[in-house]
Design a binder for this molecule. Sequence first.
Ligand code: SF4
Length: 239
Amino acid sequence: MTGNKVNYAKRTESIIEENTRKSLVPSLLLQVCCAPCSSHCLEYLREYFRVTVFYYNPNITDEAEFTKRKEEEIRLIGELNRQVEMQDFTGMHSTGQAHRIEIMPCPHDAQKYEEAVRGLEQCPEGGDRCTVCFRLRLRETARAAAEGGFDYFTTTLTISPLKNADRLNTIGEAAGREFGVEFLPSDFKKKDGYKRSVELSGMFGLYRQDYCGCRFSKEESIRRKAGEGNSTCSSLAAY
Ligand code: SF4
């Protein structure tokens, strides 16, 4: 899989161009990991899709952290929807065609994550535990998208410069085939997407955590701060 030169950002653009040519505004279920990562993705996607956010993150095993990130996501959606209502996109990258963003309730399921990664506790970040974690989140998103009759589903996870876009897109495509719903390929970090997410996080004063989500990444972050170990996966470590 490594060495694959697929340009997923171009694929996103091609799909958008095709839908625009047909005057279609498809529905999209977007798995969101946190508000900072979703900021650029939502700014971009709401121009072309009717986006529903799916905050499905059983990997965030700490209940308080899960809730904090969720509330921040809800606050961001509120801010973005206010712009649509007011038709005021000052400071945003917008064609003026942005659509309202909805949010779909979903369970926390921390136990499901623990069961999924059993035996992989010692894996370094970026290893097999993360593959299982991606699959868990993307399969559930695909299932919900199929049940909800969405045209597409995808994830914000490709915004992270430290997460493997090939791996995420391969897992997403497989989940799409399994549940019979189209996966929207993505590499949101491209075209300065990651940089834009940092700008938007500052603009909206978003809470930016310093670890990916699971208890293992939290422990690794603590070790890192203490000057031990290193990380290859924490999406927000570079924020
Ligand atoms: S480091 Fe992030 S992607 Fe990897 S298992 Fe933990 S929460 Fe999931």
